[in-house]
Ligand binder design. Structure first.
Ligand SMILES: NC(=O)c1ccc[n+]([C@@H]2O[C@H](COP(=O)([O-])OP(=O)(O)OC[C@H]3O[C@@H](n4cnc5c(N)ncnc54)[C@H](O)[C@@H]3O)[C@@H](O)[C@H]2O)c1
Length: 247
């Protein structure tokens, strides 16, 4: 395992009690960062905090603009800075044809997977700009690259996250802030185990390595993207798909 040094840095992890969020938070905290976990699920947050030494927690509904803004300002005020933002909120989708997809549900999927990432960036990045330094990580999915059948809302939201990352990366390219995206294939995770068996088989069957990824493998990539070593990459999409992604 590579060693990183994040002492003195403050990291916000959204979806911080979820599989990828908690794995990233654990490693950031072990490397010395003050970690702040944001999640909507209060009980899961308390359980996650027990696994992430020194972590602060905030119950945040990422769809509530005023709550997200207040949480960003409160973290900056309490710790005096924000250096790292890992956007790991998400929910899985129902399998449905486009024609049968309920409009409200399609919208909600895009909101949680895409608009939440925009809102976290909108309200956290000004605190990075104050010190002209920051590392932002977004999480897409191979679904966003391939466009999975019967998964139009999730595929669209995840494609949107890649476009958003490229746009924001360019917007901030001459600053000290880097914005990059991780694009995983299916992982051993609670989110994956909630999918219908046929969807699980489909996703596993597409991975040339013949196995699911692990959240700690995603966390390892996130660590580098959060580090000062990640200096000449921005607006980039980093594949972690066991060989599935071809571009
Ligand atoms: N697990 C996989 O196989 C996989 C593969 C590719 C991409 N991803 C993406 O990675 C990200 C994290 O996935 P994960 O496996 O850790 O999922 P997870 O379900 O374990 O974690 C997601 C977290 O988001 C939180 N959340 C949901 N709605 C929220 C809201 N409105 N406000 C605040 N928090 C909210 C949940 O409570 C949960 O803790 C997601 O964007 C997911 O789409 C996951």
């Amino acid at each position: 395992m590579n060693q990183y040094e994040f002492r003195g840095q403050v990291a916000i992890v959204t979806g911080g009690s979820g599989g990828i969020g908690k794995a990233a938070a654990k490693r950031l905290s072990a490397a010395g960062a003050q970690v702040v976990l944001w999640d909507i699920n209060r009980d899961a947050l308390a359980a996650a905090a027990a696994d992430v030494p020194g972590a602060a927690t905030e119950t945040v509904d990422m769809l509530d603009e005023s709550v997200v803004e207040a949480a960003a300002n409160a973290a900056a005020e309490r710790y005096g800075r924000i250096d790292i933002l890992v956007n790991s909120v998400g929910i899985e989708a129902r399998r449905s044809t486009v024609m049968d997809y309920p409009v409200a549900e399609w919208r909600r999927l895009v909101e949680i997977n895409l608009v939440a990432t925009f809102m976290a960036c909108k309200f956290v990045i000004p605190h990075m700009q104050a010190g002209d330094y920051g590392r932002v990580v977004t999480i897409s999915s191979t679904a966003g690259k391939d466009g999975n059948a019967f998964d139009s809302a999730y595929s669209s939201a995840k494609a949107g996250i890649m476009g958003f990352t490229k746009s924001l990366g360019k917007e901030l390219a001459t600053s000290g802030i880097r914005v990059n995206c991780v694009c995983p294939a299916a992982l051993e995770s609670p989110l994956f185990s909630r999918l219908p068996p046929e969807q699980q088989q489909f996703s596993l069957g597409k991975i040339p390595m013949g196995r699911l990824g692990r959240v700690d493998e995603i966390a390892a990539l996130i660590m580098w993207l959060c580090s000062e070593d990640c200096s000449f990459s921005t607006g980039a999409i980093f594949d972690a798909s066991g060989g599935r992604s071809t571009y």
